[in-house]
Design a binder for this molecule. Structure first.
Ligand SMILES: C[S@@+](CC[C@H](N)C(=O)[O-])C[C@H]1O[C@@H](n2cnc3c(N)ncnc32)[C@H](O)[C@@H]1O
Length: 383
């Protein structure tokens, strides 16, 4: 009896230690180590790390990419992301910052009005993000970090990835495997590639993906308007407006672009359009975002062999630990013949009318409302 009790105690103690180790392990991620693996995949090398020559190439590319954004003239900073050196330079220069910007943005939106944030629990812990100008889809990291910081609120992440450059595709998969799945070990990620040029009419392509796009919870437009000249505004808006009009769920739109003066003509028009068709949550033309507090810290590893140590050591350029941004967030309520408030009220009522086994119970309604009307119907879009 005594020894079996002792055995239980021992088991319980080791069990607790084991659970602790497992819990810590599940959330451990060295971001810059993961970033190096992503860069390796971009360069297409078979090694697990960047050799000295690839470090030198990446460093040259990141300086060139930063220079392109810094250009003070009036023409847009247009970077062709087909060549791998530009993708590598971009990721090295802004990868971690852009992954964390969405976390900081979500935190600000929550402080302004928490009720506008999508609630994954309402859709079986699923979150649908549509990224416009997705690039490597790093924005998804910050949004997951926001939701899953304390507990796993998002279990299934659907990503609609809109970009004109298909070459990002395999790098995105590395990002999903090396970043998202390491940081959020139980997250299932379902990417959906939509390769289109927003300067053209994309409606045919969007219609083919209607169901996937219509369920969007958050539409993210980050660092892309800056690259599209304002002469294309008409087509870009037609495309973005379509994404907004088909939404079935309340849609949070997050827009974030560099705040340099030369970007104003390419960003302000879409902000004006968005504010006219949605409820304003938060906006700022010129806010400095600092990466100096947990969980959004960026700094040198100071180990001598960390990625940033090797990329920035002995160079005149420095690691960017803050970014100035022009940002906007708005909420769009789904269009339907009945008001959003009425729909929410009836959805809540329906939820309450579940049987013990969890199934919905048929409820006699007194207001003549039919459940089938809940789904968005394209005919209503023109009303
Ligand atoms: C600077 S990257 C931003 C990537 C990501 N959103 C981020 O914040 O890190 C801009 C992305 O927009 C894409 N892009 C630029 N112009 C576009 C267009 N006309 N249509 C679709 N995608 C475009 C580029 O290919 C690139 O992947």
């Amino acid at each position: 009896m005594g020894s079996s009790f002792g055995g239980y105690c021992l088991l319980a103690t080791y069990g607790i230690i084991y659970i602790r180790v497992k819990m810590v392990k599940a959330t451990q991620l060295n971001f810059t180590e993961a970033l190096e693996k992503i860069l390796v995949s971009v360069w297409g090398t078979s090694k697990n790390y960047l050799s000295d020559s690839l470090i030198a190439k990446t460093r040259a590319s990141l300086v060139a990419v930063r220079e392109a954004y810094r250009y003070h003239g009036s023409s847009p900073s247009r970077i062709n992301f087909k060549p791998k050196k530009n993708r590598a330079g971009y990721i090295a220069a802004f990868g971690q910052q852009h992954a964390l910007l969405s976390y900081l943005h979500m935190s600000r939106v929550a402080a302004a009005n928490p009720s506008v944030l999508p609630v994954p629990e309402n859709y079986n812990n699923e979150l649908v993000l549509t990224l416009v100008g997705a690039g490597m889809a790093l924005e998804s990291y910050g949004i997951c970090l926001y939701y899953n910081k304390v507990s796993q609120r998002v279990k299934k992440l659907r990503l609609n990835l809109i970009d004109k450059v298909g070459d990002w595709s395999s790098n995105r998969q590395t990002m999903i495997d090396r970043l998202l799945k390491v940081k959020f070990s139980k997250l299932s990620v379902i990417p959906n590639e939509i390769t289109v040029d927003l300067r053209k009419d994309c409606l045919q392509d969007f219609v083919k993906q209607h169901d996937s796009l219509a369920n969007t919870d958050i539409l993210v437009i980050y660092n892309v308007m800056n690259e599209i000249q304002e002469v294309h505004a008409l087509n870009v808006w037609k495309n973005v407006d379509f994404l907004i009009r088909i939404c079935r769920r309340p849609l949070l739109i997050l827009l974030m672009e560099p705040s340099a003066l030369k970007t104003v003509p390419r960003v302000e028009w879409i902000k004006t359009q968005l504010v006219q068709c949605a409820d304003l949550v938060l906006t700022n033309n010129h806010e400095e975002f600092y990466f100096d507090a947990e969980p959004a810290i960026i700094g040198f590893e100071n180990t001598g062999d960390g990625l940033y140590d090797r990329l920035y050591g002995n160079t005149t350029s420095s690691l960017t630990t803050s970014l100035r941004r022009n940002h906007l967030s708005v909420l769009v309520k789904p269009r339907s013949p009945i008001s959003y408030e009425q729909m929410t009220k009836q959805l809540l009522e329906l939820k309450n009318k579940r049987t013990k086994s969890g199934q919905y119970r048929r409820v006699r309604r007194t207001d003549g409302f039919q459940e089938s009307l809940w789904h968005s119907n394209p005919d209503w879009l023109n009303q």
